[in-house]
Design a protein around this ligand. Structure first.
Ligand code: CMP
Length: 148
């Protein structure tokens, strides 16, 4: 069924024009429709709030710092099964696992470390809705779904 997901290209990848372009190519090749897109820089506090569920994990401080270190690009993407298809394209969180199990995934190709892992994608319908509201507060998911 048609779904929306929230995707992020993380600061490292945005900083490299060729990588950003390759990721955009992946989005289009895989028949995602870009519904909204914006570049933004997080304050540390926004980074902490977005990743609150990871507070206390050993990587939380470095994650929060990294995600507020420079411009990133956020997208609302639409497709059938957008959530799982985007996660499949990303590959596993951990870059070395990604290289081993899904060598053509975005994280395998462009990820640097488990933190600097290129992209983010919502992991469920509920988190997609929450994350879309976080990045695009003016966007009404229900209304969009009803119109499409
Ligand atoms: P993301 O999909 O944005 O969701 C949580 C993020 O935490 C994840 O991608 C990584 O950037 C980071 N992360 C998850 N696990 C680890 C880990 N083991 N070490 C470092 N960072 C991690």
């Amino acid at each position: 069924a048609l779904q929306l997901t929230l995707a992020i290209v993380k600061p490292d990848a945005v900083a490299h024009p060729l990588i950003l372009e390759a990721l955009h190519q992946k989005i289009l090749e895989n028949n995602f429709i870009v519904i909204r897109s914006r570049e933004l820089v997080w304050k540390r506090q926004e980074s902490e709030r977005f990743y609150a569920e990871h507070a206390g994990r050993f990587f939380y401080q470095r994650l929060v710092e990294y995600m507020s270190s420079g411009p990133m690009q956020a997208y609302i993407l639409a497709r059938d099964d957008a959530i799982s298809r985007w996660r499949e394209l990303m590959g596993p969180t951990k870059v070395f696992r990604a290289r081993y199990t899904s060598p053509s995934s975005m994280r395998a190709l462009y990820g640097l470390t488990d933190t600097r892992n290129t992209t983010h994608g919502s992991d469920s319908v509920e988190s997609a809705h929450r994350e879309i509201a976080f990045f695009f507060p003016e966007f009404n998911v229900r209304e969009w779904m009803e119109r499409s």
